[in-house]
Unconditional design. Structure first.
Length: 152
């Protein structure tokens, strides 16, 4: 089984959106028995909180079920457990590498890298633009799924 962990700062906006979007795409592709998806934060600020209402609202608007989730923090052991650790922006990539003690196995990626872009996914906590975040998350998740399919 391939394991994917999406990571952002608080684990209530972008990473939970990516977790729900990727879960939906994987189920539509009938690959849910081969791919496990989860999400986490680099900070402790939102631990235990549910997904942000803006994330929930946007996912409902586009017909994607919200994965039941409470914010958790990434740990060093997550690096060993997951095949892909997917950060939403450069700041979180640095924090992920710090938590993991580096990236010796080359498992840490920025989501839009899979869509051949170096762009960060803007944090809607600050921008308020959940539409833009959703479009970027969808683009990245679709490209990531194609990448994973190559390895199946």
């Amino acid at each position: 089984m391939i394991k994917v962990l999406f990571i952002c700062h608080g684990n209530i906006c972008r990473s939970t959106m990516a977790e729900s979007v990727m879960t939906h795409l994987v189920k539509q592709s009938h690959l849910n028995h081969l791919i496990y998806i989860n999400s986490a934060a680099t900070s402790r600020e939102e631990i235990g909180n549910p997904p942000h209402y803006g994330t929930v609202s946007k996912l409902r608007q586009v017909g994607i079920p919200v994965v039941p989730h409470r914010a958790t923090q990434m740990t060093a052991s997550d690096y060993k457990e997951y095949d892909y650790l997917i950060g939403m922006d450069t700041y979180n990539i640095r924090n992920m590498q710090r938590i993991a003690g580096g990236d010796p196995d080359g498992k840490i990626y920025k989501l839009l890298t899979f869509a051949n872009s170096g762009r960060d996914i803007a944090d809607p906590w600050y921008t308020g633009n959940f539409d833009e975040t959703y479009n970027d998350v969808l683009e990245g998740c679709q490209a990531l799924l194609e990448e994973i399919r190559k390895s199946l």
